[in-house]
Design a protein around this ligand. Structure first.
Ligand SMILES: [Zn+2]
Length: 385
């Protein structure tokens, strides 16, 4: 139901006001979307939305893998807490005992739906807990247009409060944008151009869904599960083997009724989104609320550090990581002022040369025991080598 225009006539006077419709929350995740690819040229619809609400310039994911990153978004928990250190096709599944945003709003009578575009975002990883309507491809990915069309049809039928999650698999590889989208971002025949084209394609296809949600007075959250390495590291055009900012820093935009307009630079992350949505909707918090920030409260919400990890260890990409696979992955802690701490199991040669410029402190260990940062990181499950 759209907001209602109510008019009362008293004699010669007529007064009108807009009655808010039932509350709604739209969460859109663009898979593999880098924080530096939210611009008016590449994503005009998303950028325009950002100018009407809050854009967070220091937002992070806890891991560069689809299933565990979304598990963090919906539970407010970090990977050591919800237990997913890999994707669903690696056997990881969110336990039923964990409480999700969708379960929380469903318990309050909200309609809930998830339309996702890739298998790792599908129900096999437990991400669809609490979503009454759940739609995902059986394997691989499906086109953004198909997912967005299903989401729009569902939203159009809602008359009460609702939560809708739409996940699109652009700009995840393989990069194959429509010719018009490639042309719209300047053309080109390399991966970088095609990646940019896929960002534009996702933006174009998401535009009508965002417009519909705005017309309904919804809270709209746009973000990514992780970014992508382009040419910054030894292994490019992937995300699961990196713990660098090009993978772990993500775009984040929040817009809607009551959301101020502006820029935020505080250190925030995907684990703050569920708490923020529940607080906005005036609904009971999740058990994880104590470690989450309300991103709509205060001038510039921020935490002291952000703990994260790479998807896995591949010595070909990250010299010194050992053992290969999930156990050998990097554990990293980013500070609010840009500091970076890395713990690499089997610590050997480490990869400063593979990092994006400006991260000179990459080889620091965890902050010492007894320091607030160090104690907090260890409490979150991050260990010294
Ligand atoms: Zn992903």
């Amino acid at each position: 139901m759209r907001p209602l225009l109510i008019c009362l006539s008293l004699g010669q006077l007529t007064a009108c006001s807009t009655e808010p419709g039932p509350p709604g929350v739209l969460i859109i995740t663009l898979d593999t979307w880098r924080a530096d690819h939210l611009s008016a040229e590449l994503a005009p619809n998303l950028h325009k939305l950002a100018t009407t609400g809050l854009q967070f310039h220091n937002a992070w994911t806890p891991i560069g893998l689809t299933t565990p990153a979304h598990a963090s978004l919906f539970t407010g928990l970090l990977p050591p807490q919800h237990g997913l250190r890999g994707n669903n096709h690696h056997g990881y599944h969110l336990a039923e005992t964990h409480q999700t945003l969708a379960e929380q709003v469903k318990a309050q009578g909200w309609a809930t739906a998830a339309f996702v575009s890739s298998y790792p975002a599908g129900p096999e990883g437990g991400l669809h807990q609490g979503f009454e309507t759940s739609s995902a491809p059986d394997s691989g990915e499906r086109p953004t247009a198909e997912t967005v069309g299903l989401a729009q049809a569902w939203l159009g039928a809602q008359t009460g409060p609702w939560l809708l999650w739409a996940h699109v698999n652009d700009p995840h590889g393989p990069y194959a944008p429509d010719a018009a989208d490639l042309a719209a971002v300047g053309g080109g025949d390399d991966d970088k151009a095609r990646y940019r084209g896929e960002v534009h394609q996702a933006d174009r296809l998401l535009g009508p869904l965002i417009t519909e949600a705005q017309a309904r007075g919804a809270l709209i959250v746009i973000t990514a599960d992780h970014g992508e390495v382009h040419s910054e590291e030894r292994c490019g055009w992937q995300h699961e083997r990196s713990s660098s900012p090009v993978v772990l820093r993500v775009p984040l935009v929040i817009a809607g009724p009551g959301v101020p307009q502006g820029r935020r630079d505080g250190l925030v992350g995907l684990t703050d989104i569920a708490h923020t949505a529940l607080t906005w909707a005036k609904l009971p918090p999740l058990p994880s609320a104590a470690q989450s920030l309300d991103l709509l409260a205060g001038e510039d919400p921020s935490r002291a550090l952000w703990a994260a990890e790479s998807g896995l260890c591949d010595p070909e990409c990250t010299p010194g990581c050992n053992p290969t696979g999930f156990l050998g992955k990097d554990r990293v802690v980013y500070g609010a002022q840009g500091g970076l701490y890395v713990v690499r199991p089997g610590f050997g040669e480490y990869g400063e040369r593979d990092l994006a410029p400006g991260l000179e402190s990459y080889d620091l260990p965890l902050p010492p025991p007894g320091s607030p940062d160090g104690d907090q990181a260890r409490a979150l499950g991050y260990q010294d080598p």
